[in-house]
Design a protein around this ligand. Sequence first.
Ligand code: AMO
Length: 429
Amino acid sequence: MYRSHFIADVTPEYDGKEVIWAGWVHLLRDLGGKKFIILRDKTGLGQVVVDKNSSAFGISQELTQESVIQVRGIVKADKRAPRGIELHAEEITLLSKAKAPLPLDVSGKVKADIDTRLRERVLDLRRQEMQAVIKIQSLALKAFRETLYKEGFIEIFTPKIIASATEGGAQLFPVIYFGKEAFLAQSPQLYKELMAGVVERVFEVAPAWRAEESDTPFHLAEFISMDVEMAFADYNDVMQLLEKILHNIVKTIKEEGKEELKILNYEPPEVKIPIKRLKYTEAIEILRSKGYNIKFGDDIGTPELRILNEELKEDLYFIIDWPSDARPFYTKSKSENPELSESFDLIYKFLEIVSGSTRNHKREVLEETLKKKGLKPESFEFFLKWFDYGMPPHAGFGMGLARLMVMLTGIQSVKEIVPFPRDKKRLTP
Ligand code: AMO
């Protein structure tokens, strides 16, 4: 048994009892012949006191910051100590000695730049702030899954080595697959659609890969995509589902992540339902009225999104009904105006977090849109074939976890959020 209690579980009521803690040496201090060890475990920090005449004193002299130790001792209630208790060490076992000096200060007193932080990443992740980010992300995933289970969705996995592009060809990572060319999945798009044609309501949380050339704070070469696909539904239905999901995610984090939000000194925005829906054509009009030279069909970039955010006075808004030409081949056009599509992006301030649509569910239409986009229907036969055998109308969306975390933590770069980010410059650690 390495420990009898986590640090935070020991309260002043334990006065006089023996407990065993295990964790990392966060800080060390010498004071009047005594040694103070601030010990850290996953629940927080606790104070260990080593008296000069304790048999643990000898080994305490050898300790370095971030060494891993086990401490057996007697709890003393003391109002002056952090959390009202301290542990008087009787025995210390050194489980793993850390080299000194550390390349990065885990206590957070000495600030490091982002390149140092990413290079010395495991030490950086041990900092309180990063542990809070990791915990908030886990809460977001829990709320995502719970909301979907409640709505009758099933979690699935789809292949990550695939035969063709789904979101445009330029960003594909090729892999050699038994001598043939294959690619890392940019998105589970086509397979999640096929699965919606089996069990109707599916979701997946999995990595996706894009060989992004642009080095922005919001692009990664590998990101976790939270995907949803729903049969017998259109884009309005999935936007409503997304509103519920986001509402529950923020609620869960505010309720269960109070400590973590306090550490980050951040409050995520309330998700007011319904979230504002702005038509693409209205967005273009607003931007033109502000002097932007933007025409129908153009993408709406970050500077333009910032303007919309200011004009709408909403931090969270949908831009709906994008031009059909600007969306992937699987996106359904509006029947009354085929120039526009049944599609949406969810924007947080100036950042696209989610993208979704009603899908084409007729084979002839898919073949036509593939050709229009210069793609060969034959290359997609593995997908199209199943549209001959009963594919229900369906809709869905994909949400980038790291971008969602920008909204949930206030951290302005996905590279700081993801534990081991992959981008053009980084393949290790
Ligand atoms: P899209 O290409 O818009 O849509 O991607 C969906 C969401 O994934 C996130 N994202 C990224 N996050 C970090 N780094 C990247 N390089 C990156 N690229 C995308 C964004 C984005 O909103 N198949 C469709 C979704 C659907 O319609 O179901 C798709 O992939 O948050």
